[in-house]
Design a protein. Structure first.
Length: 471
């Protein structure tokens, strides 16, 4: 009888495959200025290079997890990795910005299939405390790869071309596909119905797209098309919820939200990742444009975060099984809030070690406290057969939070900048950045309150209010 593959292969495939998506999401930002000059692109077109990818990744990640549960997690994950790699080639060979945007949207679709599948592979390969440690390793590696993205992007651009940022995905994808083919077993949810929720996928994509488009327009001031887009996007997202309730095969099983643990964890996720996704978008601009950091140096400014999160996440993932999620999640978000206060108050002209370094350290300890425990909480709140759907929902919530937060914080930044137009340009920018960072700190503090109020009964994973196994 053939022995089952060691679960470490599934963990390796999950870390490397999802890592491509995490790196790509941050490394591309460093390449944007060079890319814009090379392709002669407008500022709006360059924005869609980022937003097109994130939009499809956020919206379709919801369906990626459920497709894996229904048709095979290894199969869907492999399709996502292959599609991401092919789209990366198209990005690297693009001769104009329109072709690049289209390829980035396809990349987002591939990422939407692969990212939830990575966690589902781990959940299907490990059990008990070993699952918590494996998820901790995945979470820590994901956080590290995301943080290393700007450094890697700057290095690749300086080494030759912005195209290398995309083409580096090809050998990584090939390695993952080989491991999947020969060292990872297939798994699926035998109770899952076969069907694709086309209406739900269209509504959530159109809803998020219209909402973000409208919010970006409103950064310039009150604008009728922007207001109409926000209203239309909100209505489409409300219609999405209605469709999911009535669909015979919804892309989001709303029964999962019958678990209080799962619901609170996703509210917490939205608040905290709105802080991180929105706040960390603005920090490179401040470091490069206002403080004069070189792009590669600015990308390296958060390396203390990496150095702390990666070694500690493997151990913090097991905390949930022993003491429950309340303390680590509340402490983690409180530390994140403190970090953004430090960023807001960082004095101009001061060296890195006395300005941004203390905030990066606080952010690192905060990330170590919440990243792995949050993932473990989400996955432990549902039956293992629904792991793909659960991870898809939680990942989509985190990506959507960042997508919306960047647009909303842009409004706060632009409003504050406009209110200080009579001041010195540097002072006006500093005031706008400070306001944005303090908003981030406030949202992270709200996440801490949600953890304290929402996880009162969960003393350990065994006491979680699990979602029912039926729809």
């Amino acid at each position: 009888m053939k022995a089952a593959p060691a679960p470490v292969w599934a963990l390796a495939a999950a870390v490397v495959g999802s890592g491509m998506s995490f790196i790509d999401g941050t490394a591309v930002n460093v390449a944007l200025p060079v890319l814009q000059r090379d392709l002669g692109a407008s500022a709006e077109s360059v924005a869609w290079v980022v937003e097109g990818y994130t939009l499809f990744l956020s919206a379709l990640m919801l369906i990626g997890g459920s497709l894996g549960d229904r048709f095979g997690r290894r199969l869907v994950y492999a399709i996502g990795i292959a599609l991401f790699a092919l789209a990366s080639v198209a990005c690297g060979l693009a001769t104009n910005v329109d072709a690049l945007i289209v390829a980035r949207c396809v990349q987002g679709i591939g990422g939407a299939l692969a990212t939830p599948g990575s966690l589902a592979l781990i959940a299907a390969s490990y059990e008990g405390a070993a699952r918590g440690r494996a998820i901790g390793t995945w979470s820590g590696a994901s956080a590290v790869l995301s943080a290393l993205g700007p450094v890697l992007g700057g290095a690749l651009v300086q080494a030759g071309s912005w195209r290398y940022v995309f083409l580096i995905n090809v050998p990584l994808a090939a390695l993952v596909l080989v491991v999947l083919a020969f060292r990872v077993r297939e798994s699926r949810d035998p109770s899952a119905v076969r069907g694709i929720d086309v209406a739900g996928a269209l509504l959530v994509t159109l809803g998020l797209g219209a909402l973000v488009y409208g919010l970006i327009r409103l950064q310039a001031g009150i604008d009728l098309p922007g207001i109409v887009a926000v209203v239309a996007g909100t209505c489409a997202l409300a219609a999405f919820v209605v469709v999911e309730r009535r669909s015979a095969h919804p892309m989001v099983s709303l029964a999962l939200f019958g678990s209080r643990t799962f619901t609170v964890a996703n509210v917490y996720t939205f608040l905290l990742y709105a802080t991180l996704g929105g706040g960390l978008y603005f920090i490179p601009f401040d470091l490069i444009d206002a403080r004069g950091y070189a792009p590669a140096v600015a990308g390296a400014a958060l390396l203390p975060f990496v150095a702390i999160v990666f070694p500690l996440s493997r151990y913090s993932g097991g905390l949930v099984a022993r003491i429950g999620p309340r303390i680590p999640l509340a402490a983690g978000s409180a530390l994140v809030a403190a970090a953004f206060v430090v960023f807001a108050l960082a004095p101009r002209g001061a060296p890195y070690w006395t300005s941004f370094f203390p905030g990066a350290v606080l952010l690192g300890f905060g990330g170590a406290a919440f990243v792995a425990p949050l993932t473990t909480t989400v996955m432990s709140a549902v039956e293992s057969s629904h792991a793909g759907v659960a991870s898809g929902i939680n990942n989509a919530v985190s990506r959507t939070a960042g997508l919306v937060a960047i647009a909303c914080l842009g409004i706060a930044f632009a409003h504050t900048l406009g209110a200080h137009l009579g001041a010195d340009g540097g002072d006006a920018y500093a005031a706008a950045f400070r306001t944005t960072m303090l908003w981030c700190a406030s949202v992270a503090a709200c996440a801490a309150l949600v953890a304290l109020a929402g996880f009162r009964g969960e003393r350990a994973a065994a006491t979680f209010d699990r979602a029912p196994s039926s729809r």
